[in-house]
Write a new protein. Structure first.
Length: 130
């Protein structure tokens, strides 16, 4: 266990903080390398400043941040609960979720185009009615 000044390791085994004000929250083989970074679980490496990496996977693979300010979670199931609505994202539906996110952006563009066309038609109708 190696700890940089102004950083915290709350327990676990073979954890390390290199960044200032970094935190490893227990677990094992975790590294908080960036300033203000957080690592937890097992084999989590927050190597960028202000990144947070949580590795809940059963595999021995390392979960690692890829850029500044990233929130990176590696898990077998990701559950989101808002009020009484619960959604689970797992290996069976993650591709569908990614496709939905892409389509959502496209649908937004299409809706804007349609709204512009409607406004144009309304102006034409107003001109014809005069």
């Amino acid at each position: 266990m190696w700890q940089k000044e102004y950083s915290t390791i709350t327990g676990g085994q073979d954890n390390e903080t290199v960044g200032k004000f970094a935190v490893v929250n227990g677990g094992s083989h975790n590294k908080a390398l960036g300033n203000f970074s957080i690592a937890m679980g097992k084999n989590a490496t927050a190597k960028h400043h202000r990144s947070c990496v949580i590795n809940c996977s059963r595999s021995e693979n390392v979960a690692t941040s890829t850029k500044f300010g990233e929130f990176h979670i590696k898990a077998e199931v990701f559950t989101i609960v808002i009020d009484d609505t619960e959604v689970k994202i797992d290996k069976n539906n993650i591709k569908n979720f990614a496709d939905l996110m892409k389509k959502g952006n496209n649908l937004q563009s299409q809706m804007q185009e349609q709204q512009d066309q409607i406004r144009k038609m309304q102006r034409q109708i107003q001109i014809l009615m005069k």
